[in-house]
Design a protein around this ligand. Structure first.
Ligand SMILES: Cc1cc2nc3c(=O)[nH]c(=O)nc-3n(C[C@H](O)[C@H](O)[C@H](O)COP(=O)(O)O)c2cc1C
Length: 231
């Protein structure tokens, strides 16, 4: 089994997104999967030019000569594909959005209607099963509303919505550190369950979304950090 995560943070290997992906993939490897995290910021990916040649003149192939054709090969080779991103303007980064738009050659122009009433394009080849990992700078849940709507039609194996994401970088409080370690443990278990069970249990999903820090403590710490950074 192969699991690939496309990480859309401009902060790449230093990102909070990577801090979340890393234990998840570690757990998957412990259960026998082959894993890869692709830092999209390190690749040459141009914007989709909207020519639809991948549906007409060169079916399944994009006319743009950049790294995307190799990434689409990796996409098809994967049993599970994760998209990891920080929340930027209430949704995914432009890096990950651009990657998603360039997946157009993986669909055909033909449209069908799902049971949910929505209209979708047909998959050109069998798609991997998706999962989503988003981390927000703010406390609260509303920053993930667009992600939840986006994933609703995709039958994802897992959705990880981590608020107060900056806390993963460094936080002095020992109780918070302990909860962060529990969060990483739950992600490792989720990775194992994805491989062994093809799903993630409710208990693990609950542990992943347990509060790491109170809103007030986080807001106070963040505001103090920025005061010092500006001084
Ligand atoms: C341009 C920009 C837009 C952002 N927009 C949001 C936002 O809408 N909501 C939010 O909660 N955080 C927002 N953030 C904060 C990031 O989501 C947060 O810093 C995150 O932890 C960064 O994750 P990363 O290290 O994986 O890139 C924004 C940050 C930047 C730089």
């Amino acid at each position: 089994m192969k699991i690939t995560v496309f990480n859309g943070s401009p902060r790449g290997r230093k990102s909070n997104s990577h801090r979340i992906v890393d234990p998840l993939l570690e757990g998957a490897r412990q259960a026998g999967a082959q894993t890869e995290e692709i830092f999209l910021t390190e690749y040459n990916i141009n914007h989709c030019c909207g020519c639809f040649s991948c549906w007409t003149k060169t079916p399944g192939k994009c006319v743009i000569d950049d790294d995307m054709s190799d990434l689409i090969d990796i996409f098809y080779e994967s049993d599970y594909v994760g998209m990891a991103t920080p929340v930027y303007g209430l949704f995914m980064t432009s890096i990950l959005k651009k990657f998603n738009e360039r997946l157009l050659p993986t669909a055909t122009p033909h449209i069908h209607k799902n049971e949910d009433g929505g209209c979708y394009h047909e998959e050109r080849m069998h798609y991997p099963r998706f999962f989503m990992i988003a981390n927000a700078g703010f406390p609260g849940e509303h920053n993930f509303d667009l992600f939840k709507a986006y994933m609703a039609s995709q039958n994802p194996v897992l959705e990880v919505y981590r608020n107060s994401g900056g806390v993963l970088e460094e936080w002095p409080d020992e109780n918070v550190k302990k909860r962060i370690n529990e969060f990483y443990d739950a992600l490792r278990e989720a990775g194992k369950e994805m491989v062994n069970e093809g799903q993630v249990s409710e208990d693990i999903i609950k542990s992943i979304h347990a509060e790491l820090i109170s809103d007030d403590e986080f807001i106070e710490g963040v505001n103090q950090y920025w005061d010092e950074a500006q001084a």
